[in-house]
Each structure stands twice: as C-alpha cells, then as structure tokens.
Design a protein around this ligand. Structure first.
Ligand SMILES: Nc1ncnc2c1ncn2[C@@H]1O[C@H](COP(=O)(O)OP(=O)(O)O)[C@@H](O)[C@H]1O
Ligand SMILES: O=C(O)c1ccc[n+]([C@@H]2O[C@H](COP(=O)([O-])O)[C@@H](O)[C@H]2O)c1
Length: 195
C-alpha cells in the first residue's frame, strides 16, 4: 500500500543482496497535464468525485513496466549493467529483481512471474499521517486521501483477495530493521529451496 514502507525496505534489500535490480512502478505513471495548455497530453482521468484518478491501474503504463521486466528476464546481467548495478562475478549466478509498487498484484500478466509477493500494510491513521508528510511530483489536493487513495486501496486489495492472489503480509508498523531482516531471511530461504 501507499506509504507502507516499500521504498525503505527495497533500498535496504538492494544494499544487502548481490546482483539485485529494482523496477519502481511509480516510474510508469502516464503523463498528466500540469497546466490547461497541456490538456491534450493528459492521460489521467478525472473521476465523478472531481479527483484525478491516480490510484487506478489505468493511470499506469503497465505494458511498459511488463516490457522492462521482460528485458530483465531475458538478460539479468545485461539489465544490471545498463542500470548501474555492479555484477559480482564471484557471487553465485543468482540474479534478483525487486518490483516495488502500490498496485503490483492487480495486473494479471505480471502475476505468475513473481517468485515471492510481499504486501506491506499499516493502519488507516498511520497511512494517512505518513502520506501527509510526503511530497509527490504531483502534490495531493485536499481530500485526495479519503476521497480517492484509501477507497482505491481497499477496492484493489479486496479484488486481489477475491482472486486468490497469495501474498506474504508484512506489518509496516514493525521497525525498519526488523522488516528488513524478516524479508531478507525469507528471500534467502526461498533461494535455498529452489536450488
Ligand atoms: N518501518 C517503518 N516504521 C516507521 N516509518 C517508516 C517505516 N518504513 C518507512 N517509514 C516511513 O514512512 C514513510 C513512507 O515510506 P516509504 O518507504 O517511502 O513508503 P512507500 O514506498 O511504501 O510509499 C517515510 O517517511 C518513511 O521514512
Ligand atoms: O509519482 C508521481 O508522479 C505521482 C503522481 C501523482 C500521485 N502519485 C501517488 O503515488 C502513490 C504511489 O506511490 P507510493 O510511493 O506512495 O506507493 C499513489 O497513491 C499516487 O496517488 C504519484
């Protein structure tokens, strides 16, 4: 979920895991107008509620994200080099790709590609408070959290659960270090079980 601590956890994992790349879903938001002059470029719909609908799958270029994932799948080593990730020649040939995002489990073509699916959650009040301290490329207009962000979070999570998508829930209220060690251990175990 938004402000669950995804970026923080991802950055910690990137430092600890060899040959590890990341793709951020936020990099795939479709363009939006910032001024009326640019209206034809605007691909973010405005809902009946008057809010720009940022927190829906249609606002993200998921095909482009999938292509980026496929580029990694076809050559992790080349992908790592192109993204400035140093490839350790002495390490095992295992490569890891982290996808970091708030709507990763609602886009079917990606669903079967994941080895592990983690889902960080925090309670409503904490999420709202953390969000109020963030500055996004496009600042939240007043009322966006309650009017759009939170309802969309609930809707997609309900759908994900109804579709039987299995995830490992992580308590985003735990200290950063604890979350990091929990997930690192889980990744290491899942790698061991594969070999
Ligand atoms: N485990 C945690 N406990 C308390 N605050 C956290 C934790 N993880 C992240 N934060 C804080 O919450 C905010 C959102 O974190 P971030 O990692 O950017 O979330 P996300 O990428 O899920 O939106 C930041 O201010 C960050 O410092
Ligand atoms: O990054 C952007 O350009 C951007 C522009 C408008 C909105 N966002 C918000 O970014 C949120 C997802 O990012 P995050 O880090 O909170 O998971 C999502 O809730 C959107 O409302 C992000």
């Amino acid at each position: 979920m938004t402000n669950g601590g995804k970026t923080t956890l991802t950055n910690n994992l990137l430092k600890a895991l060899p040959n590890c790349c990341v793709i951020h879903q936020d990099d795939f938001f479709k363009p939006a107008a910032w001024a009326p002059l640019f209206q034809p470029q605007d691909q973010i719909a405005v809902g009946e509620d008057g809010f720009k609908q940022w927190d829906v799958l249609e606002s993200l270029d998921m095909e482009a994200m999938l292509s980026t994932v496929q580029a990694w799948v076809s050559s992790p080593r080349k992908f790592a080099r192109a993204h400035g990730v140093s490839v350790r020649l002495d390490a095992s040939d295992t490569h890891i790709l982290i996808l970091e995002g708030f709507l990763l489990y609602s886009y079917k073509p990606l669903l079967d590609l994941y080895s592990r699916r983690y889902f960080l959650t925090v309670p409503y009040e904490e999420c709202k408070w953390r969000r109020s301290t963030r500055s996004y490329a496009v600042p939240d207009p007043p009322g966006l959290f309650d009017g759009h962000v939170w309802p969309m979070y609930q809707k997609y999570k309900r759908e994900m659960e109804a579709n039987g998508v299995e995830v490992v829930y992580l308590d985003g209220m735990k200290p950063r270090e604890e979350l990091f060690h929990q997930v690192l251990e889980d990744i290491q175990n899942s790698l061991l079980n594969r070999s």
